[in-house]
Ligand binder design. Structure first.
Ligand code: FE2
Length: 389
């Protein structure tokens, strides 16, 4: 099942004022439903405003799902990491867009006017499990301060991802809309996987192992390099105080960060000497290819986001989305620095390995432009524990 979101332009065309419901207090508010503005707080309780789900996906649907209570939402998760992946996605969405809150809504199977908050980050966290009346009515013109993306598959709207800020309303930049769309693809996949749970139960290590094997089949050296990146990245994650869930995501993303290279032609991957511009463009697609490979795997939706952003740079000059600073997921920043250090200190056919000192000097030379200085400092600290000065 492929989760899709509506194209930004289509969504813009439907940017209309509708009656919404606050996820925090249940108050009905007049909101602009679309992507022209980013969100703000409910004027009644200060919570995140809800987005009414599209009525067009409504009563005719036979594939809508029911989540009648918080306990049923708990059943989405069972135990372990897969149970919190929607929460992790909500957190990522707010952090990557530097916003104060986010919500993931699911449509109620039995009542098209109702939706359920299945995950939230920020002010609406206490609203998870609430059923909201999301019927849409014409409303007077009021400017809204939040953004939403529909989560849809099989041609139907199944939920939405919303983000909101405490700051005044502002226009979303096209780049930010593209990022939100990518996040909604991952959120839609996670929601779809949650509903499919009984049909796709299985050990998440199986698909991880298969993807890692595909990387090893491509190039044994790349696979070995990835394992080195895992070790270093996890030490940095621990030093940075990562939670258990964040460390799990970091480890898997570090292992599979280059899995998208399996779609890059061997003539480019194995080329000795500099790549042409068109070859570089193909190579630069590998983070996106990796995310596309990981998003359909239940439990790896957040990992897909981390992999997508492992070539972003602190100053915004990286790819694919030009994220900058703390908008780049911290795990992706750690993988970027660990990846570079591991590559520099490994032998290559065309050069000998650099010394630890020289590689560290290179990282510091690029700290603040390519790399997060805080991550480089952590990297230096964790390596100092085993590498004598
Ligand atoms: Fe890469």
């Amino acid at each position: 099942m492929e989760a899709r979101v509506q194209h930004q332009d289509e969504y813009r065309a439907q940017n209309v004022l509708e009656r919404c419901v606050c996820a925090g207090c249940g108050a009905h508010l007049d909101c602009t439903v679309g992507l022209a503005t980013i969100g703000g707080l409910c004027t009644v309780c200060g919570g995140t405003t809800a987005v009414p789900l599209d009525r067009r996906g409504g009563a005719s649907s036979s594939r809508r799902f029911a989540l009648a209570s918080a306990s049923e939402i708990g059943m989405l998760g069972e135990s372990g990491y897969r149970g919190i992946v929607l929460d992790r996605l909500a957190k990522q969405a707010a952090e990557i867009l530097e916003l104060d809150g986010s919500c993931i809504y699911a449509r109620d199977q039995h009542d098209s006017t109702m939706s359920i908050v299945v995950a939230a980050h920020g002010p609406a966290e206490g609203s998870v499990g609430r059923r909201l009346n999301t019927s849409c009515e014409p409303a007077p013109s009021v400017r809204s301060r939040r953004a939403a993306m529909r989560l849809q598959w099989d041609g139907e709207v199944q939920g939405s991802l919303t983000v909101s800020a405490k700051a005044d309303a502002r226009e979303f930049k096209p780049q930010e809309l593209a990022v939100l769309r990518s996040l909604a693809v991952a959120a839609g996949a996670a929601l779809a996987h949650a509903y499919e749970r009984p049909a796709v139960s299985g050990d998440i290590r199986d698909p991880i192992g298969k993807l890692a094997t595909s990387l090893a089949d491509l190039d044994a050296r790349t696979a070995e390099h990835s394992r080195d990146v895992v070790k270093l990245a996890c030490k940095i994650g621990e030093a940075a105080g990562f939670s258990r869930a964040a460390l799990t995501e970091l480890a898997v993303a570090a292992l599979l960060h280059d899995v998208g290279k399996v779609r890059v032609p061997g003539s480019i991957l194995g080329k000795r000497g500099p790549l042409t511009e068109s070859e570089r463009e193909v190579m630069a697609q590998h983070p996106g290819f990796g995310a596309e490979a990981l998003t359909p795997v239940a439990g790896l939706e957040v990992v897909a986001i981390l992999v997508r952003y492992h070539h972003e740079q602190w100053d915004g000059s990286g790819y694919p989305d030009g994220l900058y600073g703390r908008r780049i997921p911290r795990a992706s920043r750690i993988i970027a620095a660990s990846d570079a250090y591991s590559a520099m200190t490994s032998d290559r056919p065309y050069r000998d390995a650099m010394s630890h000192e020289r590689a560290l000097a290179e990282l510091w030379a690029c700290a603040g432009s390519q790399f997060d200085p805080e991550v480089v400092a952590h990297l230096e600290d964790v390596l100092a524990r085993k590498v004598p000065a």
